[in-house]
Structure formats: structure tokens, C-alpha cells
Design a protein around this ligand. Sequence first.
Ligand code: SF4
Length: 559
Amino acid sequence: IINAAPTVEEACALVKSYQSQGNFVCLVGGIIEQLKEANYKTGFNVRVFPIGENISSVCHAVSAACRTAMIFGNIQPGDKKGLQEYTFNRFRAFVNAFAPLDEKTVACGAGAIYYGFPVVTNDMDYTPSVPKSLIKQPKVEEFNATSLEARDIKIKITNVDIPVAFASAFEGEIIRRGDMQVEFDGSRVDCAELVHTCEMTEIEDHKITVVGPEVDDMELGSKNSIAYVVKVAGKNMQSDFEPVIERKFHNYINCIEGVYHTGQRDMQRIRISKDAFAAGFKIKHIGEVLYSQVKNEFDAVVDKCEVVIYTDPAECTRIRHEVAIPIFNKRDDRLATLTDESVDVYYSCILCQAFSPSHVCVVTPERLGLCGAVSWLDAKATHQLDPNGPCQEITKERVIDEELGAYEDVNEAVQKYSQGALEKVTLYSIMQDPMTSCGCFECICGIEPFSNGVVIANREYAGMTPLGMTFPEMASMTGGGVQTPGFMGHGKHFIGSKKFMKAEGGIERIVWMPKELKEFVADRLNATAKELYGIDNFTDMIGDETVAEDPETLVAFLT
Ligand code: SF4
């Protein structure tokens, strides 16, 4: 959005309308001051981002579009036509420019139109209109609908009966201690979140029960217990779907304006802000959100849903230890016993093709999707929930090379699902036909020639690696759905897998990773090293940024 709106109220209302639809808003010029004046919360985490006062700062928004095309779409620098096609077809952006428009703004608008981003303006005097590209709209309250229509964006609106907004734009919102009314913290007190499959007769649809105190009864700034059990029933419901539904709770609760959620299972943490509380938000509204979203997203398997939220500390202790933990343990035992050899099929995942058209993940029990969010059981459940959806079965009957993880069936599947862009992939090699990376990898590993080992960096790590590259620099050569032998994106949990780089020697080739990542994977990685090589405390032998950020120091540490 460029320039100041006619009034502060109209500026806030327009921004809010996009935010509540989950659109990312960049602000340039006078509108930034208007939002400041209204104390409107802005920032990357709430998807309302002030880029700069001057019209030239609009180049940062264009830069984001170009980088997306290069990272996810594998558009090469200089490929003007390819870039234009990508931004037109895949980047659903548009511009709202408030009157009066000067020549510079008009020139920038022409640049946006070139990329396929229509401009909507209320400047009725200066500009000629161009159908579908430069659109005059005198009513600010119509900007939103006009823009979405011009860019052919259709938004599925779910109305949730709560006193605050509900949209993906609030997913990254952080509630600081000073802004917090109350919190629930599974690392300090008993908490749990659970989906439980029941018989149809055991459930009263849309019944929300709170057992224990409501937010009003809790002390300001206090830490409390919470356990919510979402009971579901349906003739197609299976207990394998429970963790898939549970994993979505994080997104659902985070989409509530003024509510923040991290963690899962019995380690979740929730904060409710003072603003949300003042707007009338209560514990029962968490139930309302869980009910509506589960029914909305999982309507193929959930016919009835009831939510019970416990805030009574004794009940939370009972639910956590007597109900939830035994169920979690049973599920973990099931996944731990699954190996690539013990199953008949793997699964493809092409969810990321919206941005990375030729990328296909092959998900196996010992190799989860590179985003870290799709395990083999999840992919299986996703396939059952939506048989024509993003996860399809891949047989593994025609083995080419077991050591590499090469199969004719897998090659045929990636050819099919990448529309011919890929010919073959191996599952366990980063040198020979490695799996492609879309751009949302949790980690990237790359061969470090000096030590002949492999360096891993995770997305959160902002420093330098011994490869002489930062994570974003490694990402720029790894993403885009192309194969880059020597570099590969992967999930964090894959690091502790016996199949990690199996063809090149496995986990013993790991020489460096950031300290935080090392601590995160230590338990699994050490257990795998013990099993494979009989070594204790394997992670102590791996370098990190506290011992080396360059190859020479790293080799000195290793030898
Ligand atoms: S990165 Fe994750 S969501 Fe994307 S295609 Fe792979 S498994 Fe699917």
C-alpha cells in the first residue's frame, strides 16, 4: 500500500481487511505514519511491514518477488521472461496506491504491472485506467474486493465465533511478558493437547466444556495448567489421523489475534494478551477455534467433534499422566519400529509445488519431508484423508541400488509428479541424484572439501559456517526444485537417521553444525552413533560455531 489513505481510520481498516485474510502487507509512504498514529501493531510477525517513507523503497517488495522466483522457481538471473512468467502466474501480489500519484509513483506502478501485479488507485484525475492492470476505485472500502478480483484471488473465509480476529496473519504474533494477561506452560506445570477418537454416540457435536477456572479467575501474569481433549468421531476416522489433527492445533491457536502458542503434546505454551482479554477472549474460545477448524479442515473424517478444556490443576495432572502420555508413548513406539525396509510403499509430497513447481519430496519412515513437518505416517494419513491430494503412494518393488536408495518405481514417480522436470532421485545420497529442495527445508547439508566431511546449518542459525557461507547463501544454491550434488535440504530429525547420507558413509561424515542444532538432535544422533559404531557422546566430536567458523580451525579441532 503506497501513500496515506484519506483518513487514519480508512488506513487501519484496509490494512486489517488484508491482514484478516492472511495477506502480507507492505507499506510505503504516508500510511506508515497513519498506522503509527493509531498505535497499529506492525512487523514481520503480524504480516504488516513498513518498508520505507520514500517511494523508492518499494524496490524491497520487488526484490522479495524476484528472490522468491529465484529460490523457489529456479529462475536464473537475467531470465527476464521467466521471471515475468513466474511473478505473473505464482506471485499473487497487487498494489494499492492512494491519491495523489506523482510521476515517480506512476513509474513504479508501471514496473509492478510489468510483473503482473495490478495497481488499484483512488486518484481519479491523473491516471488513465488500463483494464485489469491500472484500476480506478474511488471508494477505499472497495479496495480490498477490487484488488482480490483483479488478481483472481479467492479466499475461503471461516467465521469463528470469537471476540478477536482469526487469520493466518497473526500466526507469527509474539506476546511479550508485559503484554500478557495469563500464560499456560507445559514445561512448568501439567499441560496437554490431545485428539481422541470416540464412538459417535459418545460425542455431542459442538459441545465445549471448561473444567476449572476461566481467564477472569486467574491472576494477572500467572502461569497456569491447561489440557484440552478434542474428541472426534466419524465413520472414516482412524487413530492414525489423531497426531495429524493435533499438529494443526499450533496453527489454529496461533491464528487467534492476541494468543500465542508454541510446542505440542504436553509441552505446549500458550499466552493470552491483555488486549485479547480486554476484548472478551476466554478459555472457551480456544475450544470454539479448535472445534470450527477441525470440522472445517477434516470434514472428510470428522463427523462430530466435542472439546473439553481442563484448567483445574488436578484434572490437568490426571489428563497429562494418565491419558495423554500413555497415548503419546504408544504412537512413538509405533513410529520408532518403522524402517524403510519394513514398509511396502513410500509417499510423494508435492505440497510445495505452489512455489517450487518441479519439487517432489519422497517421504519414507526414516526420512521425513525436508520441511520437518511431514513424517511417513503423516503422509500416509494425508493420502487416506485426500486420495487425490498431495501425498501419493510410491511402490518400492524394483530396486536399482539399495545402498543409494535408488528404485525404478521412485524414479517413475518423481518423473510423473515433477511433470518430467526430474528423471531420477536417490534417497540416501547427497552426491548422486540427491533429492530436490523446494526452499522450506529446516536444514541444509553441504560437503566441506577441506575435512571431506559434511556441514549442516539450520534456518535459525544466522552466523557463518566453515563452508564460507551463511544459511541464506547455502539456501540460494540449494532451493528451486533442482538437484545440486553436494548440497541438500532436509528436516532436523533426518540428522539422527541411519539413512542420513548412508551412501556416503552416514552420520560419521558430519563434522560441523550450529550448537543449538547439535543440542536439539543430540539424543537421537548419539543413540544412532552408539548403535552403528559403538561410540558414546558422538555429538561432542562434531564442531560448532564456538570452536570453528572456518575450515582450517575445524580440521584442527577434528584431528
Ligand atoms: S517440504 Fe514438506 S510440505 Fe513441502 S513437499 Fe516436502 S514434505 Fe511436502
